[in-house]
Design a protein around this ligand. Structure first.
Ligand SMILES: Nc1nc2c(ncn2[C@@H]2O[C@H](COP(=O)(O)OP(=O)(O)OP(=O)(O)O)[C@@H](O)[C@H]2O)c(=O)[nH]1
Ligand SMILES: C=C(OP(=O)(O)O)C(=O)O
Length: 254
């Protein structure tokens, strides 16, 4: 992949990925799903997101901010660096600001971008296009698939990240002066999963192997360049965690 250049140097990004304690995560994902299946899905999304991010040529490294021991261990094993939550009332934005500050404390000139951990369909090449586009602006963001939130916020070297996530964060990031990235063809970077409808949409794009194994969809090896299209599962598929692979029967459409 051709890297965008700023002042003669290839720009590679450090990604800050926030992961909420798994037992509290994905509360909107199916009223019938218990805490266990939701936690397993949240972990699978995070694993597939971080694996795809680490496979992106525009990504130098990935820093995960979490206090969850299982997520921390699994994401460390993938190659991410894990930071503990900063503590205090800061929530998601506090965690992201802490991640960015820590990265810059070690490397003042780092290009830093946040990436939500609920992007199981993420494709490295699409992430690369988004990061290359972000390179053209001091601060930039990508709206989520719903057009309300944000899945990625980027700050060039020397620029404060100033995250304003949660709720209508697309409008807040725009109002804060960040440039909205208007690329088409980067659906996998926009496709966050909060609800079962979101999960079906992600499965239609093709998800990473950990999520695929959990919901009975075909796996796309390697955090995928080109992911397969699968038939969306019936509502409630997210509750099928615990079935063996042989019990899962979601067909692939290609
Ligand atoms: N470290 C950290 N990450 C968070 C926090 N809150 C949310 N996140 C992460 O931020 C991203 C977007 O989170 P949301 O979709 O708003 O929250 P969620 O828990 O995944 O889902 P809901 O329970 O449905 O709100 C995901 O990667 C979450 O794991 C937090 O307080 N600390
Ligand atoms: C936290 C955010 O994500 P979600 O849409 O999952 O709430 C956000 O977009 O600001």
């Amino acid at each position: 992949m051709r890297r965008m250049r700023r002042e003669g140097a290839d720009v590679v990004w450090t990604l800050v990925v926030p992961v909420k304690p798994l037992a509290l995560a994905k509360s909107r994902l199916g009223t019938g799903a218990g805490e266990g299946p939701r936690a397993a899905l949240a972990l699978a999304f995070a694993v597939d997101t971080v694996a795809a991010a680490l496979a992106c040529a525009a990504v130098r490294d990935v820093v995960v901010v979490t206090d969850d021991p299982l997520a921390g261990a699994e994401l460390t094993a993938l190659g991410a660096r894990v930071l503990a939550e900063p503590g205090g009332p800061g929530g998601l934005n506090g965690a992201l600001a802490h991640g960015a500050r820590t990265v810059r404390a070690g490397r003042a000139g780092a290009a830093v971008a946040t990436l939500n951990a609920d992007l199981p369909a993420l494709r490295p090449a699409e992430l690369g296009r988004v990061l290359d586009s972000a390179t053209e602006f001091p601060r930039a963001f990508l709206a989520d698939a719903a057009g309300i939130g944000t899945t990625l916020l980027a700050a060039a070297p020397g620029m404060e990240l100033a995250p304003a996530f949660e709720g209508h964060s697309r409008a807040r990031h725009r109002d804060s002066g960040a440039r909205e990235i208007g690329l088409t063809g980067v659906d996998s970077v926009r496709r966050d999963v909060d609800t079962e409808a979101d999960l079906r949409a992600a499965l239609a794009l093709g998800v990473g192997p950990r999520t695929a194994a959990l919901v009975g969809a075909p796996a796309e090896p390697g955090g995928g360049g080109r992911r397969s299209t699968v038939r969306p599962p019936r509502a409630g598929t997210a509750q099928r965690h615990g079935e063996s692979a042989a019990e899962r029967s979601a067909p692939r459409a290609d």
